[in-house]
Design a protein around this ligand. Structure first.
Ligand code: NAI
Length: 209
């Protein structure tokens, strides 16, 4: 795609994708932007504007074909393909992520779980035995891995990210509270639940006014 799409639009697409999936589950094959707007609590013009970034997908007088639109948004987000994911740091958060089955439904398949604590070696989390970090190079030789989730202490995150890059893994889903965006050749998505809580806290304070 030649045209650069704003990150704000990209950030809204997963929500469209989710709602369209729910519509399909409810047996709804097509929907007008007004109905989609009412369902999603987003203005119809916002929906049209967002989707026009990609050529629209709607037809005058028909609305949107739900399956088609979902497929197209899935293509844009790259979730119609399977992405193999490894988790580095098999503590509370790493195991919780590995245990969550639904990531697979949207194309993210967790295929390996690594740690440095020998007490965790071989412990099985949803069919996956925890491996030691030393096993990672061999594992990457034998498996195509696109994304590494970093769920380890922040002081180990940067060195681990550099090691991953040297081994050919260039996308990081970063939960460690440390900035990795300055590492050349890495695509990083940071997830900070506390940011979301602070946003909630702000909204609560606004609500009380
Ligand atoms: P935890 O202590 O239960 O698990 C961390 C695991 O990482 C341990 O099993 C430890 O042995 C392992 N580890 C340490 N160094 C490693 C290395 N170099 N390579 C591989 N594994 C290594 O901690 P928890 O609660 O699972 O949190 C993990 C990280 O995620 C922490 O940095 C925490 O601050 C962060 N976190 C971030 C959240 C977010 O929203 N971004 C939410 C919750 C936790």
């Amino acid at each position: 795609m030649d045209k650069e799409i704003s990150q704000a639009v990209i950030r809204r697409l997963p929500r469209y994708y989710r709602y369209l999936g729910e519509l399909l589950d409810d047996g709804i094959e097509r929907i007008s932007s007004n109905d989609l707007s009412a369902r999603m609590h987003v203005t119809a013009s916002q929906i049209r504007q967002d989707l026009n970034n990609f050529g629209g997908f709607g037809q005058q007088g028909y609305g949107y074909n739900v399956a088609y639109l979902r497929e197209e948004i899935g293509n844009i987000l790259g979730v119609n393909d399977v992405h193999n994911v490894i988790v580095i740091g098999a503590g509370n958060l790493g195991q919780a992520i590995a245990n969550y089955v639904k990531f697979e439904k949207v194309g993210f398949k967790i295929i390996g779980l690594f740690d440095v604590n020998p007490e965790l070696e071989g412990k099985v989390v949803r069919d996956l035995p925890i491996m030691m970090l030393d096993d990672l190079p061999k594992f990457l030789e034998n498996n195509k891995v696109e994304i590494a989730a970093l769920t380890l202490p922040k002081h180990n995150a940067k060195a681990t990210a550099l090691k991953l890059v040297s081994l050919g893994v260039t996308s990081i889903w970063n939960f460690a509270h440390v900035d990795l965006d300055d590492i050349e050749g890495l695509v990083v998505e940071n997830v900070h639940l506390s940011d979301s809580l602070m946003q909630l806290s702000y909204n609560i304070s606004q609500h009380k006014k």
